[in-house]
Design a protein around this ligand. Structure first.
Ligand SMILES: O=C(O)CCC(=O)C(=O)O
Ligand SMILES: [Fe+2]
Length: 757
């Protein structure tokens, strides 16, 4: 049997929550406390009234066999019998009932219970009661309830022990308007530690089972706890089949509904609380980590009409045909100690669910059907939402976190790195090793294609990983990342800064080798990013690595530059990427980098740029780059830049030498790439020196066609649709747009010539 079936079957008998001891606090609308011989007692208790109480109290005895004995070395405290104490006030009865209900649940008692006041105890400084068991004072009594009334003191903790376990309870409300209470089974050994200052004031009640029958016992799931602990230990030790067959984590869905806000171990109800208590103990014994989280399962797929109810289709007349997609995630994590755990949104793997088929017969929390539309059939969406206990062996924690994917593992790694840095610990500290190990898991599971295309300027996942590895100074993982991930194609412009910072932690020669590999792998796809990488790397070479070390990387970029159809690799037909546009920034970075790295290579690059003007357009790419390069001292006067400049000057001179005059009549250029009847007529109109406008009265499709040809071929025409008659008309009026464009170009060219001369 798989562990995912074994665990729920062991837990199936664990239904009743409860323990040998339970405690809590409750808001207290102050009761009227009257003590015979003293009168009304104010709360929180005043020191003078404490003295008055002690004056009318007796030394409390303790029971030995049938006798009761006063011995202040065993019990030193003052008692006032229930018959002399009155508690009144509108809400006291309600408060006491609510305390009794809560402790009954906490003790796992399902039958009705009453709390009968036994004594009021006053512990002044130095009072205590050594370890003892309470005797059954009335028939049906099975437990003792202690309610501490507001009174300032220190010490006086109640310690309760049972079967090797011990709880220590400081019965203080967090606020003077709160009362703290505790209850424990009568056969539990307990003691009250000495009060070290002030006065402790408690009401002691007998908890009595109503009716007859066996006295309640603390629920005892020790046998189940032991079996589950053994099961979990075997799982953690990898004894459960081969490691990869057993899931790395288990998700045990709970029965009751909880909102994200109320979800916590403390808020679990009934059988959920019982399962959580057993699992908490078993996880502790077996080295597992346990959380409670919200599990959300979403499914969608195809549906079918299953009936027609006379008038209309109704939702309940659909039937699900097939589940096509489904996702399961965990969120809103809480630890057993009540704190939130920053684990984010965690995917649930197949095989994590306990038992695996648990949602099969379950009603979804939400289900919606969509009617068929057009050529799409009917469909459905449904979701399930449950709280779940989630556990994994401590030893597999990092594997689980990395399995959850980068959105979970990267922030986790970053926080480990921050903690390590802030701790000032060395790189062989456990914290560093944990981060190192997690980074290793993350590299193993790195998504094959990474992020491509890269979006926007925000730091990529790769950049964040590299920055974190650099913070950890983890040279081995940096090396592996650059070699196996950046050089495998998960690389983009926004990585460069972190990439170089991380690479500077490697031996300079090795860094240069890796940069070359990255460039070789990525230059065809994103030459701009590679040029930026080299420009940055050459601008600020770290100590020990001269810019010249990047010569192989520079050559790799040069080899991959597009242009020559036979030389530069084109994306393969089935490539999942397209080359980034050639930009003038690329040219600036390329030339700047190569000038620093190797002037000969810079010359070769310039040869290449000038040899392939279709790829490196003078106007679109080279000229803007030259404007920039000639404004920088480092590149202004290099031979390569001078040649680029000369090419631009020659180009501009040729263009400014062309005649430029406004048209003298209405004839306009008519280079149209369509020969349909309408476009032929349009061409005739354009060439006609005497006609300023033309009206095309035609159906919308024809008008749209002509409009698109006019726009595409940049004809000197203004177009207006006249919405009169049927069909409408397209009014085409000649203008001087191409002359104006050239005129504007001329002004810019002259400015550029001025600047570049
Ligand atoms: O004061 C307490 O908290 C407990 C007292 C007690 O154990 C007793 O009265 O038997
Ligand atoms: Fe006691």
């Amino acid at each position: 049997m798989s562990i995912a079936r074994e665990l729920p079957s062991l837990l199936s008998t664990v239904r009743t929550p409860g323990d040998f001891c339970t405690a809590g606090t409750i808001e207290l609308a102050l009761p009227l406390l009257t003590v015979q011989g003293v009168g009304a007692v104010a709360l929180p208790l005043l020191p003078q009234q404490a003295e008055q109480l002690i004056a009318v109290a007796d030394r409390a005895p303790y029971g030995r066999g049938a006798q009761t004995i006063v011995d202040t070395s065993v019990r030193r405290t003052w008692q006032i019998g229930a018959e002399r104490v009155r508690l009144e006030g509108a809400s006291w009865a309600r408060t006491l009932r609510s305390i009794a209900e809560r402790v009954a649940e906490g003790l796992g008692v399902t039958t009705a219970v009453t709390a009968q006041l036994y004594k009021l105890l006053v512990y002044d400084e130095g009072s205590f009661f050594i370890e003892h068991r309470d005797t059954e004072k009335v028939p049906g009594m099975f437990a003792t309830l202690v309610v501490a009334l507001p009174s300032i003191h220190t010490g006086g903790e109640l310690v309760v022990r049972h079967k090797g376990r011990e709880v220590r309870l400081d019965l203080h409300g967090p606020d003077p308007s709160m009362a703290a209470f505790a209850a424990f089974y009568a056969d539990c050994v307990h003691e009250v530690l000495p009060v070290t200052s002030g006065c402790r004031l408690v009401l002691v009640y007998n908890l009595v089972r109503e009716g007859r029958g066996r006295l309640p016992q603390p629920p005892d799931y020790e046998a189940e706890t032991q079996s589950i602990a053994a099961l979990l230990a075997a799982w953690g030790a990898g004894e459960w089949g081969p490691d990869d067959e057993a899931p790395a984590k288990l998700v045990y869905p709970l029965e009751h509904a909880y909102t994200p806000a109320e979800l916590s171990f403390q808020a679990l109800k009934g059988a959920d609380a019982a399962a959580a208590a057993v699992l908490t103990a078993a996880a502790q014994r077996s080295g597992c980590e346990l959380h409670v989280a919200l599990l959300t399962i979403e499914e969608s797929g195809s549906a079918e009409y299953s009936g027609y109810s006379g008038r209309s289709w109704r939702d309940d007349e659909f039937e699900i045909v097939e589940v096509c997609s489904s996702s399961a995630v965990l969120s809103d994590w809480r630890s057993p100690d009540g704190t939130a755990a920053e684990l984010g949104i965690f995917p649930v793997e197949d095989g994590d669910l306990c038992p695996p088929d648990m949602f099969e017969d379950m009603e979804p929390d939400k289900q919606e059907f969509q009617e068929a539309t057009g050529n799409e059939g009917a469909s459905f969406e449904r979701s399930y939402r449950r709280a779940a206990l989630v556990l994994w062996p401590k030893a597999r924690r990092l594997e689980v976190i990395s399995q959850a994917g980068l959105p979970v593992s990267l922030p986790w790694l970053a926080s480990l790195a921050r903690c390590w840095r802030d701790s000032g610990a060395p790189t062989d500290s456990p914290l560093w090793k944990e981060a190192h190990e997690l980074a290793g898991h993350m590299l193993d599971a790195w998504p094959e294609y990474g992020e491509w295309p890269r979006h926007g300027e925000a730091p990529s996942t790769a950049a964040r990983m590299l920055a974190t590895l650099a913070q950890l100074k983890d040279a081995a993982r940096i090396d592996a990342f650059l070699a196996d991930i950046s050089a495998a194609g998960d690389y983009g412009m926004s990585d460069n800064e972190s990439l170089l910072a991380a690479a500077s932690l490697l031996a300079p020669r090795r860094a240069a080798v890796l940069i070359e590999r990255i460039v070789r792998a990525n230059a065809a796809k994103d030459p701009g990013a590679c040029a930026d990488l080299l420009a940055r790397g050459a601008a600020a070479p770290p100590p020990g690595r001269p810019a010249r070390d990047l010569v192989a990387a520079a050559r790799a970029l040069l080899d991959a530059l597009p242009g020559h159809p036979a030389r530069a690799p084109q994306p393969p037909a089935n490539a999942w990427w397209r080359r980034q546009e050639i930009s003038s920034d690329l040219i600036v970075d390329l030339v700047t980098a190569l000038e620093r790295i190797d002037a000969t290579l810079a010359e070769q690059a310039v040869d290449h740029l000038l040899a392939w003007p279709k790829t490196y357009g003078l106007d679109a790419v080279i000229l803007p780059a030259v404007r920039h390069l000639t404004s920088q001292a480092a590149t202004r006067d290099t031979p390569g830049v001078q040649r680029l400049r000369a090419a631009c000057v020659q180009h501009l001179r040729a263009r400014t030498a062309e005649p430029l005059e406004p048209p003298t009549n209405w004839a306009r250029a008519a280079r149209l790439n369509c020969r349909c009847a309408h476009c032929t007529e349009l061409a005739g109109f354009l060439r006609n020196p005497d006609e300023p406008s033309w009206i095309l009265k035609a159906a919308e499709a024809v008008r749209a066609h002509v409009t698109s040809i006019v726009r595409h071929c940049r004809c000197d025409l203004d177009l207006v649709t006249q919405r009169r008659g049927s069909p409408y008309s397209l009014v085409c009026t000649k203008n001087q747009a191409s002359y104006e464009r050239r005129e504007k170009q001329r002004r810019e060219d002259l400015q550029d010539l001025e600047r570049l001369r």
